[in-house]
Design a protein around this ligand. Structure first.
Ligand code: ATP
Length: 465
């Protein structure tokens, strides 16, 4: 069983310290969230998995960490200044403001309209375009209106990769095809953020731009669509909750030739099965658009896309064919936060114990679990037991994230570790002092096994891998 709805996860996340509402003591700030001690570990583990899989395990991808604030020209030539907008409508009766293409996701904030999406009581204005980029100024300027100091917080990490294409190519001596991967924050002044961490104004992306010959792009695109589904399965997300969505010609971004979204069942409570799914990631064939627009030379015959501000030509010279061209780009773009939400929803399980009480178990893959092992002393007033438990924690820590916890009775401690997804608890009891063994308890089955201390580390490592 997966989580019945996002609200279940919001409550668990707050109760156990995964995610808190941001600025909560001042009343919050429109769908901003802070990640607590377990949330930051889970997010880090997701990012580590992505980075290891793409940058370390493959031989054709380089890493990058570019600036959040770039020269404004980046966003002028990428097209974001003119086209990175959503259609905005106002409701004349309730005064709510909504994104036209996401009306079904919002509830009207005020009476008399019951639901903006129903369209029944809403009296909507004509749609107008609202640019989503956050504006800021750079340096000590006299006024916030000073256009020459205008800059933006990046709305995607991708452009930082395109503008570094020549730097990476020249320093890594790569040949096509190869990719550049980056993880980092992105900012969008979303019209209607909401649904917990699904849509926020500040979020984190894991993006990879894979540069290839134009004729190879369709095949490589399909390979990444397949590979990313497998990656989500490896994170413990079940196939039944994932779905592919092929964007129609009308939906495609102006630069894209083909885009396939991977959707997750974020809204299982909705009656209409189709509406249960929403975007987890997008995988686009961005053609050669970005490298062309950031290049100093016009390339097409009509002299279109002239860029007088760039100092670099981002074309590629193929030694084998002696041809110069702009590579095509395949872009798999994943949100860290949406992945974290999907992972939590899919891992959420309820189980009844022998006292007929319902317990929550977070069946996280060991690779993602914030804590791998909790060492618990059965009697915290017995110094020898406490000393042995603390010593075990120290011994295991270099190989697996281990915590020591003596803040409650053993039943409570087990329940807490189940709820935060810790795969194994190790209990030190009176007998341990005599038989040199401890009890290893499995999160998912609640089965207990006696394991000798000399074999403990290897035993846990085997079961965690
Ligand atoms: P949507 O249609 O939901 O607005 P998008 O198609 O604009 O998303 P992309 O530009 O393709 O999103 O960004 C890639 C990924 O970044 C998305 O699939 C999603 O996981 C994540 N993402 C985008 N916008 C947000 C947001 N406001 N909050 C959280 N994650 C986001």
């Amino acid at each position: 069983m997966t989580a019945p709805n996002i609200e279940t996860i919001v409550s668990l996340a707050k109760r156990r310290g995964f995610v808190f509402p941001a600025s909560e003591i001042y009343g919050g700030l429109g769908s901003s969230w802070d990640y607590g001690s377990l949330g930051v570990e889970l997010a880090n583990n997701i990012k580590k998995s992505w980075w290891r899989w793409l940058v370390h395990e493959r031989d054709d991808i380089e890493g990058l960490d570019s600036s959040i604030i770039q020269n404004r020209q980046v966003w002028k030539y990428s097209g974001h200044e003119t086209t990175f907008s959503d259609p905005l409508v106002d409701c004349r009766s309730c005064k709510g403001r909504f994104r036209l293409d996401k009306l079904q996701d919002v509830t009207c904030p005020k009476e008399p309209s019951a639901n903006a999406g129903s369209g029944k009581e809403c009296d909507l204005t004509e749609a107008r375009e609202f640019n989503l980029m956050f504006r800021t100024t750079v340096g000590a300027v006299s006024s916030d209106e000073d256009e020459s100091a205008l800059a933006y917080l990046r709305p995607e990490t991708a452009q930082g990769i395109f503008i570094n294409f020549a730097n990476v190519l020249n320093t890594s001596r790569r040949k096509l095809p190869f990719g550049i991967a980056q993880i980092g924050k992105a900012f969008r002044n979303e019209v209607t953020p909401g649904n917990f961490i699904f849509r926020t104004r500040e979020f984190e992306q894991m993006e990879m731009e894979y540069f290839c010959r134009p004729e190879d792009a369709p095949t490589i695109h399909q390979e990444f669509i397949d590979a990313f589904q497998e990656w989500f399965y490896s994170l413990g997300i079940s196939a039944a909750n994932l779905k592919l969505y092929e964007q129609s010609k009308a939906e495609l971004a102006h630069y894209a030739e083909r885009t396939v979204d991977i959707l997750y069942r974020f809204f299982p409570e909705r009656d209409d099965e189709e509406k249960q799914f929403d975007e987890l990631m997008g995988i686009a064939n961005r053609t050669d658009y970005d490298l062309r627009v950031h290049s100093k030379k016009p390339e097409d015959a009509e002299g279109k896309r002239i860029n007088p501000d760039s100092t670099e030509d981002l074309s590629y010279f193929d030694e084998a064919t002696k041809q110069r061209f702009y590579p095509y780009v395949i872009e798999p773009a994943v949100g860290v936060n949406r992945t974290l939400l999907a992972v939590l929803m899919d891992a959420y399980t309820e189980k009844t114990n022998d006292k007929n009480e319902t317990r929550v178990i977070l069946k996280l893959k060991p690779e993602l679990a914030p804590i791998k092992v909790a060492v618990l002393p059965l009697a915290k007033n017995k110094p020898e037991i406490v000393a042995l438990a603390k010593d075990l924690k120290k011994q295991l820590l270099p190989s697996m994230r281990t915590v020591y916890d003596d803040t409650g009775g053993i039943g409570k401690l087990y329940a807490r570790q189940d709820e935060i997804g810790t795969p194994f608890c190790v209990t030190v009891d009176h007998e341990s002092l005599e038989d040199n063994a401890v009890t290893v308890r499995d999160r998912d089955t609640w089965e207990q096994e006696r394991v000798n201390l000399l074999e403990l580390k290897e035993h846990l490592q085997k079961r965690l891998s």
